[in-house]
Design a protein around this ligand. Structure first.
Ligand code: MN
Ligand code: MN
Length: 284
């Protein structure tokens, strides 16, 4: 039979039962405030994943035939609290089967479901935004509130890499709450990313850690496919360095907030980073 294209991530067609890494998409953008469209990200990221070679020279690994399964997109409800519940049940099941969840958003609010399911002690996020609002647009589950909700769960330490946008109240909280560490792009440029990542590694070592990538951590001039674009941000290779450090030691991973309204650059960065994460986890 001829080969057919599927709406699954490239090289992720292994059966669920036999896979160590489980990808799923959450096509939800119900609380986005500026530009809608992150609901289209999972399939945009999957589409561009077929553009890449299966061989990853940087890791010296070929991705074809690895035990990776893409479940497809979650059939989502409408209200954010219900979608977050769906994500929580999904991730609980994946983790309960001793598999590693890779969630593709959708907007950032969906991360809360994964964090609830996995109960990490530490939360590392790359994001332009603090996401520390108590509520926004009438919902405490808005994507602008996700880091605050993670803290409310009792997660002991939150590290926000690339932070450069928030209200005076959010910055007040970030600066006064010892559980929160923020690293602006200027801090990272001055100190060097390795120094920052060494610090975070020191504080999270041996602790159960969740890793979330909000695509807008990257400068919007480099990857403009974003619902809430911010300039003066990080570079794609900075995000890759974060995933290199923490991708193989975290208990769960997501890549959210890609809004494929650009020429595909933002989805391409997401797809490549997810592919390299899969490679790294299979290499170790
Ligand atoms: Mn965010
Ligand atoms: Mn953001």
């Amino acid at each position: 039979m001829e080969n057919f294209f599927h709406t699954i991530f490239a090289d992720a067609s292994y059966p669920y039962e036999d896979s160590d890494i489980i990808i799923f998409g959450v096509p939800y953008d119900g609380t986005t405030s500026y530009k809608a469209g992150t609901r289209d990200a999972p399939d945009a990221i999957r589409n561009v994943s077929y553009n890449f070679e299966t061989y990853l020279p940087r890791i010296d690994l070929d991705l074809s035939g690895l035990p990776v399964c893409d479940l497809g997109n979650l059939e989502i409800d409408c209200l954010p609290d219900l979608v977050i519940d769906q994500v929580e049940r999904t991730v609980r099941e994946i983790a309960g089967d001793d598999k590693f969840p890779v969630m593709i958003g959708g907007e950032h609010s969906v991360t809360l479901g994964a964090v609830r399911a996995l109960s990490p002690e530490c939360y590392i996020v790359c994001d332009a935004h603090l996401d520390l609002r108590e509520e926004f647009g009438g919902s405490i589950y808005n994507h602008a509130c996700v880091a605050k909700r993670v803290l409310d769960l009792g997660v002991g330490e939150v590290f926000i890499i690339g932070a450069r946008s928030g209200t005076v109240e959010e910055y007040g909280l970030a600066r006064s709450d010892s559980r929160i560490s923020i690293y602006s792009p200027e801090d990272i440029a001055a100190r060097g990313l390795d120094d920052v990542l060494d610090e975070i590694r020191g504080k999270t070592s041996g602790k159960r850690t969740y890793l979330s990538i909000d695509a807008d951590a990257i400068d919007c001039c480099l990857t403009p496919g974003l619902g809430t674009p911010e300039p003066f941000g990080l570079r794609p290779e900075d995000i890759r360095a974060v995933v290199d450090r923490f991708g193989t030691v975290c208990c769960g991973f997501d890549y959210v907030e890609v809004c494929p309204i650009d020429d595909g650059q933002t989805a391409a960065v997401a797809a490549k980073i997810i592919r390299e994460l899969i490679g790294l986890k299979n290499k170790k």
